[in-house]
Design a protein. Structure first.
Length: 161
């Protein structure tokens, strides 16, 4: 009996089979923000981040508009888990506090021998302030270390007037 020999093997994979990595997103975004800042100024850089936030984070914004602070905690937990980066989240009924000892994006940029754009802080302040626009929550960047990106962020329920 002669067996047929088939040298072709088929492998089937889906995107979901691959480990999530987007570290190079940080350097690409850094280059873009630096370009906008150098050529158009701080105001245009902030405007770009606001537009990005409105488009990219629309589902999360809608959850916040509905008063769902847990959606924001889930977003951060999932993102930092994928980044394999430590993050501390403290949450109560009307607030959420986030602390990190270093920014994963800034860390990656520096690991490539590059320098984070001078306005890297706006990837926090402009993005999350915009995310909270027209929601029951407000955002405050309590502190931000320009060298490491260590920071404390606070999302609180707006006081009713």
């Amino acid at each position: 009996m002669i067996r047929e020999y088939n040298p072709i093997k088929t492998m089937s994979r889906k995107c979901s089979d691959n480990k999530y990595l987007h570290k190079d997103f940080h350097q690409t975004m850094n280059l873009l923000l630096d370009y906008i800042h150098r050529n158009f100024g701080k105001e245009k850089l902030i405007r770009y981040l606001q537009q990005f936030t409105v488009a990219y984070h629309k589902p999360l914004h809608e959850s916040l508009r509905g008063g769902d602070l847990k959606a924001l905690a889930d977003y951060f937990s999932d993102l930092y888990e994928k980044e394999e980066w430590p993050l501390t989240i403290r949450q109560g009924e009307d607030y959420m506090e986030i602390e990190q000892n270093e920014c994963p994006g800034m860390h990656h940029i520096k690991s490539l021998g590059k320098v984070p754009t001078p306005l890297y802080v706006e990837t926090y302040r402009a993005v999350y302030t915009t995310l909270c626009d027209d929601t029951p929550f407000e955002y405050r960047l309590v502190y931000f270390d320009e060298k490491t990106g260590a920071c404390k962020q606070l999302f609180t329920k707006r006081k009713e007037e």
